[in-house]
Write a protein that binds this ligand. Sequence first.
Ligand code: PQ2
Ligand code: NAD
Length: 162
Amino acid sequence: MEQLYPMIMKLHGKKVVIVGGGQIALRKAKGLAGTGAAITVISPRILKELEQLHDVAWKQKEFEEKDIEGAHLIFAATSNKSINKNVCACADDFQWVNDISDSENSSFITPAIVRREKFILTISTSGASPILAKKLKQELEERYDDQMGELVNAYEKRRNKK
Ligand SMILES: C[C@@]1(CC(=O)O)C2=NC(=C\c3[nH]c(c(CCC(=O)O)c3CC(=O)O)Cc3[nH]c(c(CC(=O)O)c3CCC(=O)O)/C=C3\N/C(=C\2)[C@@H](CCC(=O)O)[C@]3(C)CC(=O)O)/[C@H]1CCC(=O)O
Ligand SMILES: NC(=O)c1ccc[n+]([C@@H]2O[C@H](COP(=O)([O-])OP(=O)(O)OC[C@H]3O[C@@H](n4cnc5c(N)ncnc54)[C@H](O)[C@@H]3O)[C@@H](O)[C@H]2O)c1
């Protein structure tokens, strides 16, 4: 397998489309909350909590190719593998697409995250075992508590004084 390449992205104003409105779509949308991305959810049905998230616009419909026009990031997040596959097939080469049901089909995958203000720790198993990534995250959450955010702020202040 070729190596995957991790990045920390600025998503302010970027168009993100999530196809599907269930539990996993909700988790992906929560992960995007606060980034300033413009999130559109395409799904006939949607969880109340997802509909109520800031920055989320819901289009109540089944997926069609035109729904992902102009999207920077796409999440194929339905419970139907063949629909997810079709979403990926409809994406242009330059669009980044995540199939929640098939990492092989995805051009990017999402890591587990420990976030303490500006401190961000991402954990990935390259798709091999998401549950292990989650377990390691839980361990690291104990090691890196809120003080880590404060430490980064203090270092930033010191850096800006120079
Ligand atoms: C880390 C985390 C981040 C997040 O989602 O934000 C994440 N999965 C999480 C949880 C989780 N996922 C699954 C379970 C059920 C237990 C199990 O089956 O093991 C649980 C546990 C739970 O839900 O508690 C099942 C599962 N996941 C994927 C497949 C399909 C496949 O493997 O192809 C299947 C089988 C579906 C099926 O069988 O049909 C695929 C992906 N999941 C990824 C990320 C990407 C790889 C990450 C990496 O390893 O680098 C990747 C490739 C794509 C993507 O989604 O980006 C998040 C932890 C959230 C947290 O931090 O709390
Ligand atoms: N990546 C991960 O972390 C992870 C974790 C667990 C499971 N999974 C995968 O996710 C799937 C379950 O996802 P869920 O729990 O969110 O399912 P869910 O049943 O809660 O939600 C599915 C959503 O897809 C929508 N949908 C169905 N057909 C559609 C269409 N044609 N166009 C648009 N939307 C459509 C439904 O309305 C619903 O909102 C599993 O099948 C498994 O493959 C992924």
